[in-house]
Design a protein around this ligand. Structure first.
Ligand SMILES: O=P(O)(O)OC[C@H]1O[C@](O)(CO)[C@@H](O)[C@@H]1O
Length: 230
């Protein structure tokens, strides 16, 4: 972890098998206390960056997801939606893979659009307004990813808990399989991170760390004002 972060590191929040049981394909596994992933929230390397983030209502986090399967399902984040910003669009978020591989499984609340963005080290991914997100570690290497997101809201977990996870599960052997708690699920679209345009970031972001956008008010403004993405 420290290879990817040279600033102060607070104690992480952790999610255990027990916390995740409600969103797993195999919900009847014994409730273990084993930690599946670690979330280092609200990080900054110095006082100036910390002030800038807080003045701009933004948060920089790092999440570490060791490899593994539960049953045969790859380890993943719990999954949540973001509420709407005052403009009526959901708060977006940006991620960058720092190590390993990630599958960002995105779905609209009405489940009319479901896609997976495959990302590797250096890729920056946008979670568009209105999309819920789960991140899967589909490899046998630890996934380390960073995100910048508005600090103006609380994540919404209700739908994912009620539906026992996202509309698809990713298994090591079978790949993506529909979660039958959902009705009429469309086929999943699979794209690479390089195919996703992020206004203001795609070109500039190449070979840049997500952290280095801290201080660039115009570039990150859309995280609190999602109408700028339209
Ligand atoms: O809250 P969940 O669904 O476990 O997802 C965790 C991820 O979400 C974040 O809170 C950002 O949305 C990160 O800290 C972390 O990567």
């Amino acid at each position: 972890m420290n290879k990817f972060w040279d600033g102060p590191l607070p104690k992480p929040n952790e999610r255990t098998v027990e916390d995740m049981q409600c969103v797993l394909a195999e919900s009847s596994l014994p409730a273990e206390n084993k930690t599946l992933y670690f979330m280092y929230r609200n990080l900054s390397k110095n006082e100036e960056d910390s002030m800038w983030l807080s003045n701009n209502n933004l948060r920089f986090d790092i999440t570490v997801i060791p490899p593994g399967v539960i049953g045969d399902e790859f380890v993943k984040t719990k999954g949540h939606y973001h509420p709407e910003a005052p403009c009526g669009l959901g708060y977006p978020e940006i991620y960058q893979v720092l190590k390993g591989k990630a599958h960002f499984l995105l779905q609209k609340k009405d489940i009319l659009d479901i896609c997976v963005i495959k990302a590797e080290k250096g890729d920056i991914v946008l979670i568009k307004p209105g999309y819920g997100h789960v991140t899967i570690n589909p490899s046998d290497e630890t996934l380390v990813m960073a995100n910048i997101v508005s600090d103006n809201f609380e994540s919404e977990y209700g739908n994912y808990i009620k539906m026992h996870g996202a509309a698809y599960y990713e298994f090591k052997d079978k790949g993506f399989v529909k979660n039958l708690h959902y009705k009429n699920i469309p086929e999943i679209k699979i794209i690479n991170a390089s195919q996703c345009e992020i206004p203001g970031i795609s070109e500039k972001g190449k070979n840049k760390s997500l952290y280095s956008f801290i201080g660039e008010e115009k570039v990150l403004d859309f995280l609190n004002n999602p109408s700028l993405l339209e």
